[in-house]
Write a protein that binds this ligand. Structure first.
Ligand code: SF4
Length: 224
């Protein structure tokens, strides 16, 4: 397995940060909105999530306490632009009902130790690793590294990481190299998304990419 240590990861982070600046994620004004966005973004683009969030806001449903008691049809109608709207409406209502019935508020829910909170989220319907970790990092402010499809692809191309490497193994690679730094994890993940969206696409745009000097894939193409 290729060596991916703190120095190499920080080199990548610095090159991205120079290009994109500090990104200050996640796009959402409240913790409720971040949690809702983390579910709505499953299998769709952020543009569609924004439309669904705007509708939830118009309908007075951009709060977990409101979602937990709202009729499922109203939630479905609001989140329709994000696709898989029936499934997502159920997931939103389920999570909102779980939090509001088991905890007084989000502070109570987030007061568990990170590993416990992760287990709890993963036990809920429709919440997988990426959604759980996005909620833990961006809404709870606890240090877990979020792995998404962009991050996986970039790690494979830049460092030659095995395509078969699973979510938790890849996450462990980041966290054992970088420690537990919420601010760094927050911005590093945001930088990876920016790189994936703008350059490291399915068909990569290596010639202009800020990571090309560090990238195995670009080296093989003799771009650098
Ligand atoms: S140089 Fe190419 S393959 Fe490497 S990270 Fe950039 S876009 Fe992706």
């Amino acid at each position: 397995m290729p060596v991916v240590n703190k120095a190499r990861l920080m080199q990548l982070y610095s090159s991205l940060r120079k290009r994109f600046g500090y990104l200050n994620w996640w796009p959402g004004e409240t913790r409720d909105e971040i949690i809702i966005g983390a579910i709505l973004t499953q299998n769709t683009s952020w543009k569609n999530v924004e439309k669904a969030i705007a509708r939830l806001k118009e309908n007075g449903l951009l709060e977990l306490s409101r979602l937990s008691s709202a009729a499922i049809g109203r939630i479905e109608q609001s989140v329709r632009p994000s696709g898989f709207y029936r499934q997502k409406a159920l997931r939103l209502k389920g999570l909102a009902a779980y939090i509001t019935s088991n905890y007084k508020n989000l502070d109570g829910f987030f007061s568990s130790e990170t590993g416990e909170l992760r287990k709890e989220l993963l036990s809920l319907d429709g919440i997988g690793n990426e959604t759980a970790d996005s909620i833990i990092l961006y809404a709870a402010g606890k240090p877990v590294f979020v792995i998404d499809a962009y991050t996986k692809r970039i790690m494979e191309r830049v460092y030659g990481i095995d395509k078969e490497m699973g979510y938790e193994e890849l996450q462990k690679l980041f966290m054992s190299a970088l420690g537990h730094d919420t601010r760094l994890f927050n911005d590093f993940h945001a930088q990876m998304v920016e790189l994936g969206k703008n350059y490291c696409r399915k068909k990569p745009l290596c010639a202009e990419c800020p990571a090309r000097k560090l990238c195995n894939f670009a080296r093989h193409l003799q771009i650098y």
